[in-house]
Design a protein around this ligand. Structure first.
Ligand SMILES: Nc1ncnc2c1ncn2[C@@H]1O[C@H](COP(=O)(O)OP(=O)(O)OP(=O)(O)O)[C@@H](O)[C@H]1O
Ligand SMILES: [Mg+2]
Length: 213
């Protein structure tokens, strides 16, 4: 489903990734790991065409992403939900409106928005906070809002960038359980983290260490 083939990435003369190769099958749960600055965020961004490889190919469902035309990129982003390391929630919109935005940009309005947003907010146990603004939420609640926004379009793939980064152990566990429950229902997951405990506690997931690229 996903393939990184001889991917190199540099900013100026500084190579971040050298000859990164891996594939991900539908339904897998994959950790992307490596220390701070190793290129985890850059790797995930290449899958949503927010960054391009300097050399090599990134493929999703057989399509080479660097060949996509700008007008084709929104279709890719409907299939791949991205939970950003810094959430990127809009402070002047409520939880409900932040989650709804992903559907509105796809041209979906009205009752379908209300139904789908309500469903996903219930799934991440945030429905009672739907009319609050992001800054009044805890870190874990903001993270769950970002996850709901990424999942509301029912994407085939969820990319989660350090989703437990600033959270305590219990809240991290809740976030991971939510992500696992969607993985169990068929969503392919790529989760970037430098947290070795998180990886050790997961068991069956595959680990890709990008520092070895
Ligand atoms: N747009 C950019 N321009 C120049 N350098 C960049 C840019 N984006 C990332 N970098 C550099 O690329 C390297 C990898 O960054 P990246 O954010 O992918 O690392 P990371 O593994 O996600 O780190 P962290 O664990 O701290 O989130 C860093 O040294 C960073 O400074
Ligand atoms: Mg990062």
């Amino acid at each position: 489903m996903i393939e990184f083939s001889h991917v190199y990435k540099n900013y100026d003369k500084n190579y971040i990734l050298r000859d990164l190769n891996f594939t991900v099958d539908k339904g897998e749960f994959i950790f992307i790991t490596g220390p701070s600055g190793a290129g985890k965020t850059t790797t995930l961004k290449m899958l949503t065409a927010l960054e391009k490889p300097t050399h090599g190919a990134v493929r999703f469902l057989g399509t080479e992403l660097q060949d996509l035309k700008p007008r084709e990129i929104p279709f890719l982003r409907r299939k791949i939900g991205f939970v950003f390391q810094d959430f990127k929630l809009l402070p002047n919109r409520t939880v409900f409106q932040n989650v709804a935005l992903g559907l509105e940009v796809s041209g979906i309005f009205g009752n379908i928005i209300t139904k789908n947003v309500s469903e996903i907010l219930k799934a991440v146990e945030l429905y009672t906070k739907k009319d609050e603004f992001p800054l009044s939420l805890s870190g874990g609640e903001q993270q769950r809002t970002a996850i709901a926004r990424a999942l509301v379009q029912n994407p085939q793939v969820l990319l989660a960038d350090e989703p437990t980064g600033n959270l305590d152990e219990e809240t991290s566990g809740i976030i991971i359980d939510i992500i696992k429950s969607f993985n169990n229902k068929g969503t392919t997951v790529m989760l970037a983290t430098h947290d070795k405990h998180l990886i050790a506690n997961m068991g069956r997931a595959r680990v890709i260490d990008i520092t070895k690229s």
